[in-house]
Ligand binder design. Structure first.
Ligand code: DQA
Length: 144
């Protein structure tokens, strides 16, 4: 199995962006951790984009290829109905989609308390740094 690990806007800046909130490791480090965790059980296909359309197209790709998704929608979490509808296509097709966040958005600004994704996600993991993704990977491999 392949697992798509999709990351939304500004997550390319991990490592230098607000390290007090997001830690000092970058996306390449995250990929290495997940590849090691997955070992021979899954192939990790980790991507990042700042572009809402591209992220939506990747979710369509997940539907067409029946590929489970770990999704950090970043700021799109809080307002993108287009992304929500695309994510719903995944879960309505019976494919797991886990929403993850590095930080705990509920412990931050009020606008981060709303997720338009959570209602259609298979599950949500937030607040554990990169371990949010590692826990999601365990869930997804276990669910498959
Ligand atoms: C985030 C939380 C979002 O509120 C924020 O816009 C991000 C990252 C997280 O992983 O903690 O970009 O999704």
């Amino acid at each position: 199995t392949t697992v798509l690990v999709l990351n939304g806007p500004n997550l390319s800046r991990l490592g230098s962006r607000e390290p007090d909130v997001y830690g000092s490791q970058d996306l390449d480090a995250l990929r290495s951790v997940l590849v090691a965790d997955a070992a021979d059980r899954a192939t990790i296909d980790l991507r990042q984009t700042d572009d809402e359309a591209e992220l939506i197209h990747w979710l369509h790709e997940a539907v067409d290829s029946s590929t489970p998704v770990i999704l950090n929608p970043a700021a799109f979490t809080h307002y993108s109905y287009g992304l929500r509808d695309a994510a719903a296509l995944v879960t309505k097709a019976g494919i797991p989609l886990v929403e993850v966040h590095i930080s705990n958005p509920h412990a931050r600004e009020t606008f981060r308390h709303t997720s338009v994704i959570s209602g259609i996600a298979t599950g949500v993991i937030a607040g554990f740094g990169f371990d949010s993704y590692r826990l999601a990977l365990r869930a997804v491999i276990g669910l498959n």
